[in-house]
Design a protein around this ligand. Structure first.
Ligand code: ZN
Length: 153
């Protein structure tokens, strides 16, 4: 009989999801924390998610209008990550560690490599701005992963 691993738990699942920027970005789009579709501000046509140079966006992806206007839009546009350059991997880890009410900002900073000041800013932001994140994740279908309501309310 083949080895049947026990369920590995939330920690393993988060570390797998946050393993790369690609996997993190995909997850955040699936959960609509990053917008999974965008329309062009100029002509209202659906935009195409396209790879781009780091000089255009550090995320290495950008929304491009396929019409002649050729407008582009940052993939963080209209999300809680708009205006931030926090890597998506770090964002997922932050949400995960914030879900443990006993962890201090100093500990989370040590675990993630994010500065203590930045952890504090994100924690404060969470309290007020994450209701949309909560509704995006409450219908979670990915196994048992959910963002704790305490964090998101
Ligand atoms: Zn356009």
């Amino acid at each position: 009989m083949p080895f049947q691993p026990a369920r590995l738990g939330l920690h393993f699942e988060i570390m797998t999801l946050a393993a790369t920027e690609d996997s993190s970005r995909s997850f955040l789009m699936t959960k609509q924390i990053l917008k999974p579709t965008q329309n062009c501000d100029a002509c209202n046509s659906p935009m195409v998610l396209s790879p781009c140079a780091a000089s255009k966006s550090a995320d290495l992806y950008i929304w491009k209008c396929g019409r002649p206007c050729k407008k582009t839009k940052n993939i963080r546009s209209g999300s809680v990550l708009s205006g931030s350059n926090l890597p998506f991997q770090h964002f997922l880890l932050l949400i995960y560690y914030f879900s443990s009410k006993s962890l201090t900002n100093v500990e989370i900073s040590a675990y993630t490599g994010i500065t203590e000041k930045s952890v504090g800013v994100w924690r404060a932001t969470n309290k007020y701005q994450y209701s949309s994140l909560h509704s995006a994740t409450s219908a979670d279908t990915i196994s048992h992963l959910s963002f704790p309501p305490k964090l998101l309310s």
